[in-house]
Design a protein around this ligand. Sequence first.
Ligand code: FES
Length: 71
Amino acid sequence: MENNVNEQIMDKLTKVCLCKAIPRSKMKEAIANGAKTVEDVQKATGAGSGPCCGRRCTPKIQELLDKYANQ
Ligand code: FES
């Protein structure tokens, strides 16, 4: 998994789940730890349980899974 310093900083600053303020770094960590589905990532991070019920973060989590899972 390619990961330069800028990307690591952006991962910490970029909130994937806006309701719960969960950064992309947490999502990637969950994927690296074996999360394979949106539900896995949500369970591991707490994303998806905010007022929007995952409407805003689910597509972004799916995108990260497409990119980083199964590597
Ligand atoms: S953005 Fe994740 S639950 Fe609303």
